[in-house]
Every structure is written in C-alpha cells, then in structure tokens.
Ligand binder design. Structure first.
Ligand SMILES: [Zn+2]
Length: 170
C-alpha cells in the first residue's frame, strides 16, 4: 500500500509577563518572565501540536482545549501534544515523523545553550531521534521584546491501518 506524505505547519505566540514559568518544548528555562497563558504557555509544543493537526485537517488546539474551560488551567502542554498524537494516529494510521523544523523567537533570555535539551525533549515526546528535530533560535531584534513565538513545519509519512482505496475519474 502506498504511504502518504503530509506537510504540517503551526504557529503560536504568547505575551511575556513576570511571575510565570517560561517553558519551551517541555523544558523550563530560568527566566524572570514567562508566557501569559491559560496552560503552561509552551509556544513550541503549541505550534507543534497545531502543525500535527494540520496534516490531516483536524482543527487546532484552541478548538480541542478551549481556554474558557477551567479544567485546562495550568495544563502541561505535553498532555496537549499527547492528545493530538492520539487523534492523529486514529485518523492517519501508523505515523512516522520524518523531520520537525522549528523556529523559536525570543529576545531574552538567549536560548542557544538550551538547543540540545529542547530538541531532545521534543524528540522524546514524538518518539524519534533528536537528529530529526531542528531547532532555530531567533531574536526579534527588539521588534517584539515582550513576546515569545514559535513556528513549526514538519513532514510525516503515514500508512493507513485499513485499505481504503479511492479512485478518481476525470
Ligand atoms: Zn500557545
């Protein structure tokens, strides 16, 4: 049976405020400010989760985890990702993550020395080797000093669990 290749893309941004943790890809970064969010505000896992959902047009995490639901307050974003993966596999069958390409934009603190820890954390959450997770750290050059942002593109290969051939005639 032919495998399907699907591209996914997701983005996220949160305002930085004092007294909140700064969590990037499941890694807590020492910082005076963190993401103002209903959940733990992990921009990287939010963008990754939306990218995964986009591969099969499954909506977005705002729909799955409405901020208005008090049950989601302080939610660990790894739980969001786990739910997204469950839904993706239910739809797509066996899924292989060929690569994840992520860009995180943050002026301060600098994240360069956290690259391996963040890539390893994301890779572990997806069950792949860290060599499949590329992390680019950028600053906004002072254009968005009060925000943390992430953008994720990825490529997945899926093998449907059930034969479901579709023939098109033109
Ligand atoms: Zn978010």
């Amino acid at each position: 049976m032919l495998a399907n290749f699907r591209v996914g893309h997701g983005q996220d941004a949160h305002r930085l405020v004092a007294g909140r943790p700064l969590v990037i890809g499941g890694v807590t970064i020492p910082s005076e400010r963190g993401a103002d969010a209903h959940s733990d505000g992990d921009v990287l896992l939010h963008a990754l989760s939306d990218a995964l959902l986009s591969t099969y047009a499954l909506g977005d995490i705002g729909k799955l985890f409405p901020p208005s639901d008090p049950a989601h307050a302080g939610l660990d974003s790894r739980r969001i990702l786990a739910e997204v993966l469950t839904r993706l596999v239910r739809t797509a069958g066996r899924v292989e993550f060929l690569n994840v390409a992520a860009v995180v934009t943050l002026d301060s603190p600098k994240l360069g020395e956290r690259r391996e820890a963040v890539a390893a954390s994301v890779a572990q959450a997806l069950g792949v080797g860290a060599e499949r997770v590329g992390i680019t750290f950028k600053t906004s050059e002072g254009l968005a000093p009060d925000h943390v942002q992430a953008s994720v593109s990825l490529l997945v290969r899926c093998e449907p669990l059930h034969a479901d051939p579709v023939t098109y005639k033109v």
